[in-house]
Structure formats: structure tokens, C-alpha cells
Design a protein around this ligand. Sequence first.
Ligand SMILES: [Zn+2]
Length: 449
Amino acid sequence: MFNFENEMKNVFHILLLLLADASLFAQENVQSKIKYHTEKAQNYLDKEKALGSYYSITEEGIKIFSSAEEKKINKQEFFVPWKELGSFYSIIKNVKPEVLNQIYASGTYTYESCKKYFPVTAPAKNLLNEDQPTSTLPPATLYRYKIAIDPGHIAHNFEMGDLEKKHIIIKGDSINGIKDSIEIAEGMLTYATAILLKEKLESEGAIVFLTRTADKCAFGKTYHQWKKDDLKKAVDSLYKIGEIKSWQKDHFNSSKVKDRDIFRVIFRDLELAKRVELINNFNPDYTVVIHYNVDETNLDWIKTTDKNFNMCFVGGAFMKNDLSTKEKRFEFLRLLITDDLEKSIAISSSVMKSFENELKVPTATTRDAKYIIEGCLPTEANGVYCRNLQLPRYIHSPIVYGETLYQDNFNECKLLSAETDKTKNKRVQQVADAYFKGILNYVNSSPSK
Ligand SMILES: [Zn+2]
């Protein structure tokens, strides 16, 4: 006979068991989250094992502190509970950095407390035409992928290369074994590589954005035009926020100041910040930053070197003084809780393999350059290193930051100096091709963006 009371008891019992199970699962889940994020912070983010006083990863969630003193009294700058982590992840992925700043300033992330900050309009990525192509052919591999490319530096000629100190001149003599002098400006190589890579990615359906043109920097003008239009404003605002001192302000406003000083102290970081702003506004799925390397021990690069390596950088490896501002602490948190870093390592690993195969140049190990051992943390991928550079720190997408070939290498300098139009240079074409194949292999082998 059906006994309602007994039946209800059973149902209740089962429910209790389920709940207990769920809470057990949640606990295990929290424990595994604690483990994952603690190891990630230690292995990829905290280069000198000196940042423990800026964060805590506990059963409550992740907290960020502005200093060791604040951590001692458990006064966090920001807190995200575990159960809100998924929601915060998608907010970071979809809203602009200005909105994220507001959320961070509010001190705690919960969906309910922060929804007032979210924009009413859809994020840029959703404004794309999401319709399927009308063709019956399968869509191109990179269909709907948004890729930003940043061609490193700004030089479009040797004079500009000189100003930014990215110009090598190797004298032709018998010791070098080179007949005529060789000149290379890195900015010309990176731009040509970017243009060639853009064409290839577009042919596979990607939407590609470049941060600069051949002769105009990220401000949309030449350095000299920027100096005319914007130097004074830039100097005044840097002084206002305490970035430069009073004597520096006077120095940079005087007519005697050298372009190299303006470039190094004022222009360079501001222009990099502009690149970040442009890239984050574009809201890419991936960002490719293109550089060509040199042998750091070959001072002044007037002779050739036998060394030649490829490497890639991703974010992370914060030093003990690298969490001095709210902005930097937010980026530390972003790298900790999003998968930007994991995806950066995965795509960079694929690009590294392609560099080695296509360019026939070895992958750099930790022994091959001082800055790798001193300023980087190794990842599980050969040749891919965490390094706290300005672009990997502030760009809100997975990133491939490639440093290919030593320009001052005996063979490379000869190859790279050929052709005035660098898009016609065979070696540059190979480099662009290597990036392209690496990206394509990664996309083909990964289940989603
Ligand atoms: Zn460079």
C-alpha cells in the first residue's frame, strides 16, 4: 500500500543525499580551484616568490590586497567569491577596461552588485555579422576570428630606427666576412611581416586589425607630427599625475631637448599604451605582437654574432615591485582568473614549433639569454616564457609575442637586409608564413576560440 508519509521521507532522504553530494562536490570543486589558482600564481605570475602579501586564495575565493599591511588586517582591495568566478570571467571577456576599472574600484565582484556597471549595448564582438555564410562550402578556418597584429616599433626608415635605437649597422670588413655594410631597422621588418600575415589570415576569413601603418604610429601620425601636436600636452599630464618631476617638465618643454630623450622618456610608453587601447577596443580573439631579436651580448651590434634563436613571450612573471598600482593588480588578477595565459601559452607553443620548422632556427632555452633567466618564468612549452612586458600585461586577449631571428646573426643580417620593400624579402616572407602556419595549426587542433 502506498504510504505517503514514507514515500515523502524517502524523497526527502534522497534529496538530502543529493544536497550532501552537491556540497561535497562543491567543496571538492573549491579545493581544486584553490589548488589550480595557487599553483598558477606561483608558477606563472610571481617571478621572485615575493607577491604573497598581495593576494590570498582561500575557501572564500580570491582576494587582492594593496599592501602587506592591509593583508595583515584582512582589508582587501578586491574580492571575488568562487561561486561568482564564472560570471566575472565572462564580464572580463566582454566589457571594456574602463568598466572593469569601475568594478575593481567597487571592491567586490558579485553579479548582483556589479550589474549596474555593465553596458546596455552588446560588446563589440557580438556586433559582427553572426550569420552563416550563404555558400555551401565549409567556412574558412578563421571565419569569425578577430585577430589584432602589432608590428613592433615605428621605424619606416633608418633615421627613425636610429631615434628609437632599433637600427643596426654592421660594418663591412674582413673580420665580419661581409663585403658591404649592412643596415636593418627592426620596425621595417615587423611592419612588412604584419602586412604579409594580415593578408594570409584574411584569406582564411579572419578580421584583422593593425595597430599602426608603415609610417604612422598608433597615434595615427608620425613621431615628428606627434611631437608638434601633442608633446606639450603629454608632458603636462605626466607631470600632473606625478610620473615626471618639475625639472623634467621644463627640460621636455625646452627647445634644447633631444628627440631620443623625448622618445625614450615620454613617447615610447604612451604610444605602447595607445596600442593597448586600440587592441582592447577591437576586442580580438587573439593578438600577435611581432618583433625581431638581436644578440643582447653583441654590444652596439656593429659586428655579427654566431648566435640565433626564436622565442615567444606571454604575460606573467611579475617582479616584487610590479604590483604598485591598482591597475597592475587588476591585470595580475585577470591573468590569474581568465584563461588568457593558458591560451597564450598554447597558441605560442604552436607558433614556436612552426618557427623552428619553417625558419630552421633553434628555440631558445633558459640558458640562451640573460633576460630569460632573470626576467622570465618558463612555461611547459619550449621557447615560451612568461614576461611582464607592457603589452602582454595590458592586452585583454590571448597573445603571441614573437621574437624571431637575431638580426645581427652572420647569415640573418645578409638575408634580412635584402630588398628595400621588405614585403618582398624572402626571409620576412618565411617569418610571416611561420606565424600563419603556427596560428592555423593551433586553431585546427583546438576545440573552440
Ligand atoms: Zn623589438
